[in-house]
Each structure stands twice: as C-alpha cells, then as structure tokens.
Design a protein around this ligand. Structure first.
Ligand SMILES: Cc1cc2nc3c(=O)[nH]c(=O)nc-3n(C[C@H](O)[C@H](O)[C@H](O)COP(=O)(O)OP(=O)(O)OC[C@H]3O[C@@H](n4cnc5c(N)ncnc54)[C@H](O)[C@@H]3O)c2cc1C
Length: 402
C-alpha cells in the first residue's frame, strides 16, 4: 500500500449478513488486506437477525432470469462455503440441502403456480423443480398431516435451509481469525469523501479512514450513500416504481437517493415440536431447534417495525389451513423485521456515481445469496468486474452514471 496514512484498506459499514459475506470473501482473496467491519445493531436494521434462513431460489424472478440464476448459483456454492467456514471458525452450521416446498391451497393456486414454473422453465432453459401432487407431498413429509385444502406443492431440489444465526456467528468468528477487525457496538453517523480515493467514516469510536468503502448497512445505506447523490445530474430516470404508487405513505421512499425501501415481514414462532420437517416448507418452516416459524408476507409500512396482531394472525390462519396440528401448539414469540428492498426488487451491487471506490450492497434474500456475495462481489469491490449474472445489477439501471 502506498497510502500508509489510511487506517484501513477497506471499511465495511454494516455487519449484517451482506457485510460479513463480502468481508469474508475480501479477506480470503487477500490475507494482507487491512479490513474493518463497523456494526451496531439498530432498531430498523435487524433483518440479518430475524430471518428464517431459507436458501430459496424457486418460483422467483421470472422477469429477471439472471437474478434467478444468481440465486441458484449461490445454492450451488453453499456447501463449499459452509465447509470453509467450519474449517476456519470450528462452528458446525446446521443445514439441509434437501430441496424446498411451497404448499398450495386449492386447485386454482396449484394451477397458477404451475403456470409460473412452466414460464420459468422456458425463461431459464433449465429449472430444477416442478409441481408435485398432494400424495407426493405427503410422501416427502410423511410425519405431517396436511389440511384438506392442500392440493400439492411446488418443489425445487436446489433449495434448502440453514441455521441463520450460526451462519452469522461462523462468518464473524472466521473473520476475526483471518485478521479482520470487527468494531462491534460502533454506531456509524456519517460517511464522507476525503477525495475520490479516500473516505472518512464518522463513528461513535471516532473517525476512521479507508481507501475503499463498502456500504452494507441495510436501510441505513440510503443515508450513507447520499453524499454521492447530491449532484442532480447523477439521477436521470428516478421514476416512482409502479408497485409503490399506492403506497405514498411509505416514508422510506425518496426521489433522489438510493432506490430502496423497507419491506416488512412479521412472523410467529411456535413452541418446540418433535422434528418432522426434513424438507423446508415455505411459510411454516420448522427450525433446527424444533420450533416453527410462520409467516412469509411482504408489507410496505414505511419504517414501522412493530408487530401488528391483525397481520400476523392472517399468517397464522393460513398456516393452520396447511398444517392444522399447529392449532394445538403455543405461540411463544412474534417478531417483525424490515427487509431491504430495491425498488425493482432486484439486487443492487454498485459503485456510487463518481465514486468507484465505494460499493453499495442492498438486496433481499441475502442469506440465500451469501455464497455468491462471498465468492464474486470482492473482485468488483476491488475494481474488477461483476459476475455475468450480476453485471446488470448496478445503479445504471436507475439512470445513474456509475
Ligand atoms: C422476517 C424475515 C424473514 C426472512 N427470511 C429470509 C430467508 O429465509 N432467506 C433469505 O435469504 N432472506 C430472508 N430474509 C431477508 C434477509 O434477512 C435480508 O436480505 C438480509 O438480512 C439483508 O442483510 P443486510 O446485511 O444487507 O442488511 P441488514 O440485515 O439490515 O444488516 C445491516 C447491518 O448494518 C448495521 N447498521 C445499520 N445502520 C448502522 C449504523 N448507523 N451504524 C452501524 N451499523 C449499522 C445493522 O446493525 C445490521 O447489522 C428475511 C427477512 C425478514 C425480515
């Protein structure tokens, strides 16, 4: 390094699953890299600590086949990632690479989902999944007595489920062993460009400088990236996305900055059951500890991160139609989480306008995508190219020059 005055070569703002995944890849590629991750849990940015851990590629992204391929690629690399993390961290991460199931209620839903999968098969050329009948579903999960309305399921052999908090912990442990600095409980207040090749990060522990910056702070990215959006020439096409026209109360949307919004999820957790779900079921997934997490909805409620009983009760009612036995089980917890959602629902991996040394990462499904984040994003962060599946996922698609 020529610029010895900088404290770090790379600073990652945000130690959620996205920040940890890219930090791990960066350290793996260059053991001499001076890298710091700065993280402080905040009320709004808890998705990495509140998710289900599904590795889920199926039935998604018909309009963006490359994004679907990106997810499948991540699932393919997951076994190798977990093996590496285990070797370095000594943490065994429970995982099932058994495929995944989406139950359908009624014939219309079965047909509708089947049509979607057929279109995906055409769009992708190959698709490792299909619809299965109720009896096939029963033979895959023989210990579950399904509700009468269940007609079958969408099945994908590449899906699975990982214990998300242990994945999180293994990344952190591995990073420390690899020499990365994790500044925990360090609140980032602001980031500023010193010039186009050096950045200042203002934190509760004082000022930190670096040559390259990764913004992986979830919804807080919008605030931290704002220094690069002040020049209105950078934004040429920031139309309101269609799906938000009815959601103008969404205070998280803004016209001039990073095009992301808060996509709320809220879940219910049942008491422990004997383990009956070797293959994960979307919407009521049994955890490795035996509890069942119920819920998969997406809501646009701005930054409201409270549990709304009316909303979670709908999730519960749906789950009982799928798996009536759950009615006998106690609900022991409920929690909300705000997913970070790019306005067009496709991941954003991008340098900021006029700042090639700053990379912003914002996506939903960041657990599923952790393996490709670790493997392919570091090269881009350090000045190389994005993987071909992700090359159109920069901010250029929103009209920014970057
Ligand atoms: C209910 C629910 C279920 C989900 N289930 C799945 C699933 O099954 N599979 C899947 O792939 N995805 C799932 N997701 C989505 C997944 O959790 C997110 O995509 C992922 O957590 C995003 O990770 P992130 O690191 O980008 O952002 P975040 O999780 O938001 O992490 C951002 C990090 O930045 C830190 N930070 C923010 N501001 C500051 C600041 N000022 N100073 C310091 N640190 C800061 C935060 O503390 C946090 O650690 C689910 C999400 C929810 C809400």
């Amino acid at each position: 390094m020529q610029n010895n005055h900088k404290e770090y070569d790379v600073v990652v703002v945000g130690g959620g699953i996205s920040g940890l995944a890219v930090a791990y890849g960066l350290c793996k590629n260059n053991e001499k890299l001076r890298l710091a991750i700065i993280d402080s849990p905040t009320e709004l940015n808890k998705a990495s600590r509140t998710n289900v851990g599904l590795l889920w590629c199926q039935s998604k992204f018909l309009d963006v086949p490359d994004f679907a391929r990106w997810g499948f690629l991540s699932c393919k690399h997951f076994p190798e990632l977990l093996q590496e993390l285990k070797e370095i961290s000594k943490i065994e991460i429970p995982v099932n690479f058994t495929g995944g199931l989406i139950p359908t209620l009624g014939e219309a839903e079965f047909t509708q989902r089947g049509d979607y999968i057929q279109k995906l098969k055409t769009a992708l050329g190959a698709y490792p999944g299909s619809m299965i009948s109720r009896s096939e579903l029963e033979s895959k999960l023989p210990k579950i007595k399904f509700g009468e309305e269940v007609t079958g399921a969408a099945w994908c052999e590449e899906d699975g489920v990982v214990e998300p908090l242990l994945l999180f912990r293994a990344y952190r442990s591995a990073l420390k062993k690899m020499g990365a600095t994790i500044l925990e409980d360090s609140m980032v207040y602001d980031v500023q460009a010193k010039d186009n090749n050096a950045y200042k990060v203002m934190t509760s522990r004082g000022e930190i400088t670096c040559e390259r910056l990764v913004l992986a702070a979830g919804l807080a990215n919008r605030r931290f990236a704002s220094f690069a959006f002040n020049d209105s020439d950078n934004a040429t096409n920031l139309d309101m996305p269609h799906n938000l026209h009815d959601n103008l109360y969404d205070v998280s949307y803004n016209h001039g900055g990073l095009p992301i919004f808060a996509d709320k999820g809220q879940v219910l957790l049942t008491e422990r059951l004997p383990f009956v779900m070797p293959i994960p079921l979307l919407g009521c997934t049994q955890t490795f500890g035996g509890t069942v997490i119920i819920g998969f909805k997406h809501e646009t409620r701005g930054h409201d991160a409270t549990v709304v009983p009316e909303a979670v009760s709908q999730e519960g009612a749906w789950a009982l139609r799928v798996w009536p036995e759950l009615a006998q089980k106690r609900i022991i917890r409920s929690w909300p989480g705000l997913r970070v959602m790019p306005n067009d629902k496709v991941a954003i991996y991008s340098h900021l306008p006029n700042h090639p040394h700053v990379t912003v990462i914002n996506t939903h499904s960041a657990v599923t995508l952790a393996a490709v984040h670790s493997r392919y994003l570091p090269e881009y962060i350090m000045g190389g190219d994005l993987h071909e599946c992700a090359e159109n996922m920069t901010l250029k698609r929103f009209g920014f020059a970057c």
